[in-house]
Design a protein around this ligand. Structure first.
Ligand code: ADP
Length: 473
């Protein structure tokens, strides 16, 4: 089984969110169970030179919009498995990874270049594994090439949805510029009068997956399907949910190089040191007995920041700390800033993206808040579990699949979750968590349950292998 994985981002080369974590970790996990893969991803301005091991192809000629564009490809195994990084400065050497009006063109180019690269490096893969709307273009190109090219005839495609909310819509008149002029190709993209790269990927890929079982059902409803639920329902027998794994080589409190002290489920003494370091990091007074509530997230409505805004005052009234790491919408950034101004001895904020601080927060805090409106999988709740930090989540998507409510009597469960998107429901769970926090036996049990929960990539990789085999059969 030979698999080519295409992704717009992949750790450690690039990352804005969960997609980067997943695309970076899956190839290594596949390798460990004996599945060969090659990852193809763009080389951004942000991709550190130390990861670009060698210039593998310095004349990757990509026929694009009628001219020959000369790209390059670097080779690396910095993520633990073979990777090609496509270097096309015009498209990828920019201040940020996404956020440009012509993003659809940038990723259409990436897809086409990735297929040119595959033909260049050797025998056809069995499976091309595509991720999110950025790879919808390749799904159509492969489906179309299959009809007329020996190289592509037996290649099958798997399309993974990491977030239905981003669909890569653009003017359908642009399609011909990218070489999509046939009827089959246009029909694949067309959606409500414009072109949608997500819709194209969902319509023509051989099988579909998404990042948790619960989310695979949610996206088949009008509420979470973003207009494409009908298509997903019609393809339900080819759609599966596979919960993301955690890369425990990166997220492990026993070895995490960022932390001032290490710990595991047998001995949590080091966690106290991390808590001290976290409070000092934010210049907060050090009272180790008080709980720290934490949030690490992109500040968008999806993440339930509105609910956090509504409960923050109540949390502070209990004497607890709150720390927040993230950037995004101005209204949310302003909220955290105001909260910090209001209670400078209890609130720590960092506006921006900071990988090291994310590790320290996971280790040093006590309670992790993730009251998302929707959450395809979510990774931070799983990191929290491993770091002995108890998650309070809303019971949606992957959050529902990975967090079980704590039961004080039986001692089962690894966190707290609530169903309705309402601040009072969230608050109930916050008080329940605080109650457990001040009851050391309960808290220890909760931490143990969480730290021994196995969300390793091996499980997920085996499910992907089965999906690849099903897709090929
Ligand atoms: P999403 O992909 O929707 O952003 P996930 O929970 O799946 O949400 O993944 C988010 C990933 O991005 C996690 O690894 C998280 O630690 C990281 N992350 C989000 N915001 C920040 C930030 N401001 N600084 C560092 N890491 C962040």
């Amino acid at each position: 089984m030979r698999v080519a994985i295409l992704s717009a981002e992949a750790v450690p080369y690039s990352k804005t969110g969960g997609l980067g974590d997943v695309a970076g970790a899956l190839p290594k996990a596949l390798k460990q169970i004996g599945v060969d893969s090659v990852l193809i991803t763009p080389c951004y301005l942000q991709t550190k030179g130390e990861y670009l091991w060698k210039l593998a192809i310095d004349d990757l000629t990509v026929n694009w919009r009628g001219v020959n564009y000369r790209a390059k490809a670097f080779y690396s195994e910095a993520n633990g498995a073979p990777t090609f990084l496509i270097d096309a400065p015009e498209y990828f050497h920019r201040d940020s990874i996404y956020g440009y009006t012509e993003d659809y063109e940038r990723f259409a180019f990436f897809n086409h270049a990735a297929l040119v690269l595959l033909e260049r490096i050797g025998a056809p893969p069995d499976i091309v594994h595509l991720n999110d709307w950025h790879c919808g273009f390749a799904a159509v190109e492969i489906a179309s090439k299959r009809m007329r090219s020996d190289y592509w005839r037996d290649v099958r495609t798997v399309f993974s949805i990491h977030n239905m909310a981003y669909q890569g819509g653009f003017d359908a008149n642009e399609l011909w510029k990218f070489g999509f002029s046939g009827e089959f190709e246009r029909n694949a993209f067309l959606f409500n009068g414009y072109a949608s790269a997500m819709k194209a990927g969902l319509a023509v890929s051989d099988t579909l997956s998404t990042v948790s079982p619960r989310y695979s059902h949610e996206i088949q409803t009008a509420q979470e399907g973003y207009g494409l639920d009908w298509l997903l329902r019609s393809r339900a027998n080819r759609l599966i949910g596979i919960t993301n794994g955690v890369d425990y080589e990166v997220w492990n409190p026993a070895t995490d190089a960022v932390l001032p002290a290490h710990y595991d489920f047998r001995n949590l003494a080091g966690k106290r040191e991390c808590k001290r370091a976290l409070l000092e990091n934010f210049s907060l007074p050090v009272s180790l007995e008080k709980p720290i509530f934490a949030s690490i997230t992109r500040l968008t409505a999806q993440k339930g920041i509105d609910l956090m805004m509504q409960v923050a005052g109540e949390i502070l009234a209990t004497g607890s700390y709150i720390v927040s790491l993230g950037s995004g919408a101005a209204e949310y950034e302003n909220f955290w800033q105001r909260l910090r101004d209001y209670a400078p001895a209890q609130v720590g904020i960092y506006r921006g993206y900071n990988e090291d601080l994310a590790h320290l927060i996971e280790a040093g805090s006590d309670i992790f808040m993730m009251p998302s409106k929707f959450e395809p999988c979510g990774l931070n709740q799983m990191y929290s579990l491993r770091y002995g930090t108890i998650p309070i989540v809303r019971a949606v998507g992957g959050l529902d699949d990975t967090v079980q409510n704590f039961d004080r009597v039986s001692g089962s469960g690894n966190g707290f979750k609530f169903a309705e998107y309402r601040a009072d429901k969230f608050l109930e769970k916050i008080y329940e968590a605080l109650f457990a926090y001040y009851e050391p036996d309960s808290w220890r049990r909760l931490q143990l349950n969480g730290m021994t929960t196995d969300n390793s990539w091996e499980n997920a990789a085996r499910k992907y292998e089965q999906l690849y085999r099903f897709t090929k059969s």
